[in-house]
Ligand binder design. Structure first.
Ligand code: FDA
Length: 315
């Protein structure tokens, strides 16, 4: 394992550490570092960010941060935050024409609770989907570590029986994902293809960056050959270029797929893709629980980790 890979693994391990999280969250971290990736703690901050993105042709998918839900009350509070957000977005006219939808982590709404976690998460997800339907928008389930993949895909199936607009994220680094793409490339499905952001063992995931990129291309080919709506989530310039060529090869009209990137990552490229007439959706997280999210972003780009560490020391 090279030094960059070692650093990536260490940061992903820290992303799961409750003790380090407590220390970092209490430190008066330079807001500018967090703010690059998380526009704010409140729904009102998101409304401003979504309106700004919309001003230059970008749509949004919004994630209420929180992934360490340890009790039913917290799961319900997170669900309520989504309901309030969806009402606010609709009131501000931001849910029309797919301008803003929501992304949900099942673990944040109860999936990992010891008793009946999956059932609690499914019930909460249904409540969020009903609110999204009323607001005239859609929901995408984020994908978390590999121990949750089956449960998330089962929840997707159950939700889609009543809410056909529910989409899901899948991760090219997992060996299983090409097969999952075949199952998911059906009429009306919305599938977000990303590389994957968790520290996963060799037994389930490609470890080498080139192998992950190759798997990404194979998965994308399956999705683009099918009748569903692929959501191409990557900042990798090579993959963006290959995706553009593949969409042309498959004769896909620009409204039959979209590109997605994270808030604060390659914003000029986001604008360039939107300007050339493609749908570009930006993943916008908000809330106080930014620690796990931010650590995964640091692992993707170690240069940011040094910036972040400096901001912790030089307060
Ligand atoms: P890669 O990490 O190789 O980055 C390519 C280039 O992009 C870098 O060289 C750099 O220039 C730039 N870049 C990437 N990350 C950066 C950063 N943090 N800061 C600055 N520049 C950066 N994962 C998951 O497991 N479950 C999920 O549900 C989702 N959901 C999701 C939604 C959306 C819209 C996106 C874009 C991504 C996700 N991810 C995710 C995260 C994903 O799995 C992956 O970790 C990141 O997208 C980074 O992988 P790239 O494909 O961008 O390539």
């Amino acid at each position: 394992m090279g030094p960059a890979e070692l650093l990536r693994k260490s940061l992903l391990t820290l992303a799961d550490s409750g003790r380090v999280r407590d220390i970092v969250e209490r430190a008066p971290v330079s807001r500018s570092v967090v703010k690059r990736y998380v526009p704010g703690a409140y729904a009102a901050d998101v409304v401003t960010a979504v309106a700004d993105l919309g001003a230059n042709g970008r749509a949004a998918t919004i994630d209420y941060l929180g992934e360490y839900t340890t009790d039913v009350e917290q799961a319900e509070a997170t669900t309520q935050a989504y309901l309030d957000l969806l009402r606010l977005l609709a009131d501000e006219g931001l849910t029309s024409e797919g301008r803003a939808e929501v992304s949900v982590k099942l673990s944040a709404i109860g999936q990992s609770l010891p008793a009946d976690g999956p059932a609690i998460a499914l019930e909460n997800a249904r409540t969020i989907c009903s609110a999204a339907l009323a607001a005239g928008t859609t929901v995408t389930l984020d994908m978390e570590d590999h121990t949750t993949t089956d449960a998330t895909l089962e929840a997707l199936q159950a939700l889609r029986a009543d809410f056909s607009f529910v989409g899901v994220a899948i991760q090219a680094y997992l060996h299983r994902t090409e097969g999952d793409c075949r199952d998911l490339a059906t009429d009306g499905s919305r599938v977000r293809l990303c590389k994957g952001a968790y520290a996963e063992p060799e037994s389930v995931a490609y470890q080498d960056a080139d192998d992950v990129a190759k798997s990404y291309v194979r998965c994308l080919k399956v999705l683009l050959a099918g009748p569903g709506y692929p959501m191409i989530a990557t900042h990798d310039p090579r993959l963006v270029e290959i995706a553009a060529a593949l969409t042309r090869h498959h004769g896909r009209p620009t409204d039959s797929y979209e590109f997605q990137m994270l808030y604060g990552v390659r914003p000029e490229e986001q604008r360039r893709i939107a300007d050339r007439g493609n749908q570009m959706r930006v993943y916008v997280p908000y809330g106080e629980e930014w620690y796990g999210y931010l650590m995964r972003r640091m692992a993707e780009r170690p240069a940011n980790a040094f910036l972040f560490a400096r901001s912790l020391i030089s307060r």
